[in-house]
Design a protein around this ligand. Structure first.
Ligand code: NAI
Length: 340
């Protein structure tokens, strides 16, 4: 029996979490879920976005399947996602984007993985307003980039490539302009690449990389980059393979890991049972892989692919006009599992 913290989250989170749990149960893997609150749901229940009970559960299980959490724009509390990544030192954010037959995307055969540094850069939270005569006249932000931080994320990307039979790592940077922060990342990238002579290494400036990703995404394999660039490029990559409803990510540290969809809480869909559960189910697949339940992970992946390709039980983001609900899509995937 595996013990995993389950954070349904905000907006569409509870709906897609119920769907993912249903599919994982159907795979036969025994998981004891410890349900906990975070984000807006926790503010409403406990008055704080990250309750001590949630942290205690995570310290115990060191593992979570997490739905999206709403973060107020501008003011309000600090992102709980960022806080969790820093608290558990989840330095590697691994976000695969892989084409699925049956989705409406201009691209086929995309199979890339973005490895994003998850604890430093402009997300370090070192920013402040400068005020004069009662007025905000400026805002300053400091990007923190350390040698140790660059080394461990770039080494993670090369090891990931090695272990997953991938052939190339692209280091994405902006060292032409950000000569210190991005410059250090690139310099260390070149050093680390020398330890992996059997894996091809290339460099791309982030803006050109964004253009190449939408011109010819098939040329990419593993991409490694700093926090903000990785956040933006991974949503772009989700768009290449059919949208945010389809892509999942893992936040990995030395001693803990949190699995989640790439998308947010989608307030425009909340409570309607219309959200696509695939991203959350694929986050569950990444969790099962991490737990060593690789057979169940492959079966769920296959069932998801089959249901999307057949197109009879898919949510409206995949088939406009469809009346299929989040849970009906999950049930179709669960039923497919039993026939595999
Ligand atoms: P979003 O990802 O929630 O939504 C963007 C668009 O994608 C919306 O049109 C939405 O309907 C659609 N979408 C997202 N997930 C979908 C799904 N499963 N099925 C079908 N369509 C889907 O991004 P948005 O609106 O910018 O953010 C909403 C909230 O989520 C914000 O408070 C933001 O901070 C938070 N957020 C949380 C994340 C996390 O917890 N890891 C990640 C990104 C955003």
């Amino acid at each position: 029996m595996h013990h995993v913290t389950l954070i349904p989250g905000d907006g569409i989170g509870p709906e897609i979490t119920q769907a993912a749990v249903r599919v994982i149960e159907a795979s036969g893997v025994a998981i004891a879920w410890d349900r906990q609150l975070a984000g807006m749901a926790a503010v409403e229940a406990d008055g704080t976005p990250l309750p001590e009970s949630t942290l205690a559960s995570l310290r115990r299980t060191r593992l979570a399947l997490k739905g999206p959490l709403t973060t107020p724009v501008g003011g309000g509390y600090r992102s709980v996602n960022v806080a969790l990544r820093q608290e558990f030192d989840l330095f590697a954010n691994v976000r695969p984007a892989c084409s699925l037959a049956g989705t409406q995307s201009p691209f086929q055969n995309v199979d890339l993985v973005i490895v994003r540094e998850n604890t430093e850069g402009l997300y370090a939270g070192v920013e402040h307003f400068i005020k004069a005569q009662g007025q905000t006249i400026a805002a300053e932000s400091t990007a923190i980039v350390t040698r140790a931080g660059c080394e461990r994320i770039i080494d993670y990307a090369f090891r990931y490539a090695e272990q997953n039979r991938r052939r190339k790592v692209t280091i994405v940077h902006k060292a032409n302009i950000l000569k210190c922060t991005s410059g250090l990342f690139l310099e260390i990238g070149r050093e680390v690449a020398q330890r992996y002579p059997h894996i091809q290494c290339e460099e791309r400036i982030v803006d050109a990389c964004a253009m190449q990703l939408v011109m010819n995404p098939q040329q990419f394999d593993v991409l490694v980059t700093t926090n903000l660039f990785g956040d933006i490029l991974s949503d772009l990559a989700a768009g290449l393979v059919g949208g945010l409803g389809l892509t999942a990510g893992a936040n990995i540290g030395q001693e803990a890991a949190i699995f989640e969809p790439v998308h947010g809480s989608a307030p425009d869909l909340a409570g309607q049972n219309r959200a696509n559960p695939t991203a959350m189910i694929l986050a569950g697949v990444m969790l099962l892989d991490y737990l060593g339940e690789t057979q169940a992970a492959r079966r769920i992946e296959q069932a998801v692919r089959a249901v999307i390709e057949e197109g009879a039980w898919v949510t409206p983001d995949l088939k406009p006009g469809s009346t299929c609900t989040t849970l009906q899509m999950a049930e179709a995937i669960a039923a497919k599992l039993t026939s595999l």
